[in-house]
Ligand binder design. Structure first.
Ligand code: CP
Length: 294
């Protein structure tokens, strides 16, 4: 299986081998290598991105690949061309792999059956964001050494979060313990059978406190009267941070709503791994692209 559609169903061994290879690339002494010289990789983003899109591009360039960047906003998608026809078009031009982000749920599995070149999921709807979860696990492993038995709280807009889902599957595969914390309107009922929903006071006691962005663009009506009301109920405030264990870390996939799900002063505090976490996107994506092409 060369495609990477999600972390659901991945084994601990598969995950560990990607994390190990990322560690190799993080230590690599020079920025450029020629591992993928002569191979063409297309980044196909049908939905906006900063971190994922650019860290894939940096990863591909560091591996020596030829990079094609597709942006839906300036493409024939604007004339009504479908995602399938777009991907098939790039495949017909001889790309060797495709990185893809899109809004619809379920379409990627269908595409993967029809497209012969490996596809890497860069985020699809609220389904999966596997490379985000892999870089999150990489960050946790670097901090704690072993992921088995680690307590991870995932807090906030679980319902709309592909990051929550990919982390749930990946963390459970490697033996970590996941709990969710969310207001009812942001809970994902189908995940309740897989991990418990706990109260905020308990959630901040975990080894890893992972805050999620409140995805305002995906809420039809605001469930809170104000962002301040959300912050009071579910935000990682300075007051709550003071109750975290001394060894515990803060994570967030970003982009961040400062002073909504996390207080501005905590974003770069000593126990926050948020920007280090982002930097791990490059070696993880190098490992994932290599896996797809070798
Ligand atoms: N974390 C993440 O996926 O960020 P982008 O949407 O900017 O890629």
């Amino acid at each position: 299986e060369k495609h990477l559609l999600g972390t659901k169903g991945m084994t601990a061994q598969e995950i560990t081998s990607i994390l190990d290879r990322a560690a190799y690339w993080e230590q690599y002494p020079v920025k450029l290598s020629n591992h993928l010289q002569g191979r063409f990789v297309a980044n196909m983003f049908f939905e906006n991105s900063t971190r994922t899109r650019f860290s894939f591009e940096v990863a591909e360039k560091r591996l020596g690949a030829e990079v094609l960047n597709f942006a839906a906003a300036v493409s024939s998608v604007q004339k009504g061309e479908s995602i399938y026809d777009t991907v098939k078009t790039l495949e017909s031009m001889g790309i060797d792999a495709g990185v893809i982000r899109m809004k619809p749920n379920g379409l990627l599995a269908e595409l993967a059956q029809k497209i012969k070149v490996p596809l890497i999921n860069a985020g699809d709807g609220n389904n999966e964001h596997p490379t985000q979860a892999l870089l999150d696990l990489y960050t946790m492993r670097k901090q704690f050494g072993d992921l088995r038995g680690l307590n991870v709280s995932i807090i906030g807009d679980v319902r709309h979060s592909r990051v929550a889902r990919s982390n749930l599957w990946a963390l459970q595969a490697v033996g970590a313990k996941v709990s969710f914390c969310a207001p009812e309107s942001m809970q994902a009922p189908e995940l309740a059978a897989h991990a418990p929903y706990i109260k905020m006071d308990e959630a901040v006691k975990a080894d890893v406190v992972m805050m999620l962005r409140v995805q305002l663009e995906r809420h039809e009506e605001s469930v809170f009267k104000s962002t301040e009301e959300y912050r009071e109920a579910y935000g990682l405030t300075v007051k709550r941070e003071a109750t975290m264990a001394s060894h515990a870390i803060i994570m967030h996939p970003a982009p961040i709503n400062r002073d909504v799900e996390i207080d501005d002063v905590l974003v770069e505090c000593g126990r926050s791994k948020i920007f280090e976490q982002m930097s791990h996107g490059v070696p993880i994506r190098m490992a994932v692209i290599e896996r797809a092409l070798n």
